[in-house]
Write a protein that binds this ligand. Structure first.
Ligand code: SAM
Length: 255
């Protein structure tokens, strides 16, 4: 699947805010070895490095495009950028902090993944995660509805029906047996978007990526259908702004 740093960063402020909210709650952790899993274009990884001077910080991502953008913004070579899959990730040295913002919802099998990530931590270390949880909101259900239309279903219907992120309490149950503290919470951000069809532009940068990857040159036609179908769900306010409620699940577990 191909990521587009430009499409993703079109709403950089709104996408960064939950990461900063998660960073604000990080505890003092164990050894100064930090991994950012699914680091993307690396802004948050670099912010982590700024906040933890002296720590060895690594950013892992499967996307060469996102990693190229990350390397570009890391002028001082502060972070070690690693191409690799979170599902196969094994740290050499047990980390004091495993951080992941807006990435783990791309992986299935959370029942095994979360205990495994917590199990990788050094004693006293922390796992800090934020994931969007909007599969049943119009942003996502309309994407699935358009993908199921006769014109598209042969190529993308197999992508529908994923529900990777569980109820918040499920993460408590997964982590409590091996962690000393587990803090789970949710925030619904009322995101203020501007421009024409901003919800479609927002979805184009992330949730629609697998669909666009399958559709190649037909991606713009699919997105145009999606934009028309999702528009009535998010009517502009009197001042032209579009409000997009967006739910995000946070957790911090310490070992
Ligand atoms: C929505 S972006 C978030 C990027 C960054 N964490 C941020 O907050 O700006 C999701 C990132 O997760 C990466 N990703 C998705 N699945 C992955 C996997 N299995 N292993 C590693 N990276 C993955 C994508 O390539 C993408 O860069």
């Amino acid at each position: 699947m191909r990521w587009s740093p430009g499409d993703y960063l079109r709403f950089a402020g709104a996408r960064a805010r939950p990461a900063l909210d998660l960073l604000a709650r990080l505890p003092d952790t164990g050894p100064p070895v930090i991994w950012d899993l699914g680091c993307g274009t690396g802004e948050i990884t670099l912010e982590l490095a700024r906040r933890r001077p002296g720590a060895t910080v690594s950013g892992l991502d499967t996307s060469p495009e996102m990693l190229a953008a990350a390397r570009e913004s890391d002028r001082d070579g502060r972070v070690r950028w690693v191409e690799g899959d979170i599902a196969a990730w094994r740290p050499g040295e047990p980390p004091g902090l495993v951080f992941s913002n807006a990435a783990l919802h791309w992986l299935d099998g959370h029942d095994a993944l979360f205990p495994s990530l917590a199990g990788s931590l050094a004693p006293g270390g922390a796992l800090a995660v934020q994931m969007p949880r909007n599969s049943d909101e119009p942003t996502h259900t309309v994407l699935e509805e358009v993908a199921s239309r006769p014109r598209w279903q042969g190529r993308v219907a197999h992508l529908t029906g994923r529900r990777p992120v569980a109820e918040p309490a499920a993460y408590y149950d997964l982590l409590a047996p091996s962690c000393t503290t587990v803090d789970v919470w949710e925030t619904v951000y009322l995101q203020r978007l501007e421009g024409v069809d901003p919800v479609a532009r927002w979805v184009e940068g992330a949730a629609a990526r697998p669909y666009l990857a399958c559709l190649g040159d037909d991606g713009p036609a699919f997105l145009a259908e999606y934009a028309a179908a999702v528009r009535p769900h998010y009517p502009p306010r009197a001042d032209g702004t579009t409000l997009l409620p967006f739910r995000r699940l946070f957790l911090i577990a310490t070992r």
